[in-house]
Ligand binder design. Sequence first.
Ligand SMILES: [Zn+2]
Ligand SMILES: [Zn+2]
Length: 250
Amino acid sequence: MKVVILGSGTGVPVKERGCAGLYVRIGGEHVLLDAGPGTLRQLVRLGVTYLDLDRIFLTHFHPDHCLDLVSILFAMRIPRPPRTKPLVIYGPRGLRQLYRRLNTAFGGWIAPRTYRLAFKELRGHTTLRLGGYTVRTAPMRHSPGALGYRLEHRGRAVAYSGDTDVCEGIVRLGRRADLLILECSMTDERKVAGHLTPSDCGRIAAQAGCRHLVLTHFYPVFKGYDIPGRVRRAFRGRLTLARDLAKFSI
Ligand SMILES: [Zn+2]
Ligand SMILES: [Zn+2]
């Protein structure tokens, strides 16, 4: 399994960090988790295009996590070469309504012409067996219906929080994961409800017993801040602070 952080930032634009997006190569498929603005272009930098994607999993509908859905579906209408591969998009309740509204807002320009497009709305704890691999979800503490995901293939697992506050669901998804990717939005001193701080992340990783903790979704407030120092109070395992296009093989 290969995992690439496409964007390690948030809705606040900074030069070196794009919005949320995660690319996973798993079981022969090209999978995208979240699709914040800029994700489509970051994929191209990896050599993956809109023609390759098999499935998209959205954690929630804040624009920094899903706005490039429009760009991706619009690109898929470009007739040469035509996209023929089916695409399945998963997300919380309201996904179909979001698509319908976006398609109306854009005058029908994101509707598929040459391929099959399916939507699957998920809630709470769900397990999907998708050919060669398994996807599990759990509710996150962020916005209504927000989901975290865990992808498993051949005994290896990656878990991703999207946005969340401390909750049982993310500990469960991260249980002994080879890679636990957590949002880390705010400093310990400026905690915001619905998001994690470095200390929160350290405690979650320790409880989950993950092998490698990756932090992402940094607001600019972290400039000069000792993130590892806070995480290390609880978690002694491997720790990476993500940059855009950081790659992991598990
Ligand atoms: Zn959010
Ligand atoms: Zn966010």
